[in-house]
Design a protein around this ligand. Structure first.
Ligand code: H2U
Ligand code: ZN
Length: 341
């Protein structure tokens, strides 16, 4: 038998950020690349759609009219999953039936007045305006005393459940730290306690040495396919500087972040020659009044597509019952993405 090779042999990888494991089966992906063989019908959208509830001036479900906004527009989600006024309540029966009331605020952010643009097609300056909005909202929502976490995200594409092609994102801000950032808090905290350094700072240094999983580098950020990626073309944007949240980005870094988001999403669009669907979002320190020196600002991209514009990865079977599994290696995915930059 040959010696163990990450590119050949089945193995488990550890996700240092969540403490979870994934199964990688590289021997199954020895088939030829078929990514770009599909002819995709490009959807042509108007700049303004009179029936779109996000376009300037149009009516929303609650009867309100959007203003004639020129840049970005933020409103409270008319069907928010969270509500700001909820009676306080909790119970715990023998540690088995636990419940507590949850308060929060859900908002929708229109990235642009243009119905036909997605982030990769927007000007860097306009993406920079979206980052300014994220910063402002994080500040405002995070300073409310009952808000302890502000989750900023985007669902792009109907396969991700996005209800409308108009470029938009969401914010869900709430009293509890949701499960994913809570896992990352535990992992980063333990690492910081032990090493006195940010987990992602040390991880990024390793990645910059190994180079194989790097996709795109700017002045202040690095985009890479994480060592422990679950989704075929999953990426993470990590700030080179160890900062806890978006409020600490300088003006120059915000411009650079806009550049990075445009660059990465444009690479994604080239991969299968389609407006690439994903769920993406910022992960940053909780807004619970603590300092959280362990936290390191980053952004995840979780795209579902596997082999073409229509073949997506399913998280079923073993993945629901065991743990996530992938065939193509993160190194191979990174190489594909890098070749498109
Ligand atoms: P998604 O496309 O990611 O689902 O986000 C759109 C959000 O917009 C969705 O959460 C809200 C939905 O509740 N919405 C309004 O707030 N007002 C409307 O008139 C329609 C949709
Ligand atoms: Zn629209």
């Amino acid at each position: 038998m040959n010696s163990f090779d990450l590119a050949e042999h089945p193995h488990r990888r550890y996700n240092a950020l969540t403490g979870e494991w994934i199964l990688v089966s590289p021997h199954r992906s020895k088939r030829p690349w078929q990514g770009q063989q599909e002819e995709v019908q490009k959807e042509v959208r108007p700049q303004y759609d009179p029936k779109c509830y996000l376009c300037p001036g149009n009516e929303r479900a609650n009867g309100e009219h959007n203003p004639a906004y020129q840049e970005t527009f933020v409103f409270e989600n008319d069907f928010g999953a969270l509500q700001s006024e909820v009676p306080e309540g909790s119970s715990d029966k023998e540690g088995l039936l636990k419940v507590h009331s949850e308060r929060g605020i859900c908002k929708v952010i229109c990235f642009s007045p243009r119905h036909d643009l997605a982030l990769p097609e927007m000007e860097v300056n306009d993406i920079r305006r979206v980052i300014d909005v994220w910063q402002r909202e994080f500040q405002e929502l995070g300073s409310l005393d009952y808000i302890n976490y502000v989750q900023i995200f985007e669902n792009k594409g109907s396969v991700m459940g996005s209800s409308n092609p108009h470029p938009h994102g969401q914010i869900w801000a709430q009293s509890s730290v949701p499960v994913e950032p809570a896992k990352e808090t535990i992992q980063q905290f333990a690492y910081y306690q032990q090493h006195g350094k940010s987990l992602l700072e040390n991880y990024l240094n390793l990645e910059l040495q190994e180079k194989q999983r790097i996709v795109l580098v700017t002045e202040a950020f690095v985009a890479l396919v994480p060592f422990w990626a679950v989704w075929p073309f999953e990426t993470i944007i990590i700030s080179k500087r160890h900062i806890q949240n978006i409020l600490q980005l300088t003006e120059v870094e915000k411009d650079d972040f806009a550049q990075m988001i445009k660059g990465l999403t444009a690479i994604y669009d080239k991969l299968f020659n389609v407006s690439f669907p994903y769920s993406a979002g910022l992960h940053q320190s909780p807004t619970d009044g603590q300092e959280h020196p362990e936290w390191h600002f980053h952004m995840h991209f979780y795209p579902p597509l596997l082999r073409s514009a229509s073949v997506k990865k399913f998280m079923v079977g073993y993945e629901m019952l065991g743990n996530p599994q992938r065939d193509i290696t993160p190194e191979w995915a990174a190489e594909r993405l890098r070749s498109l930059s």
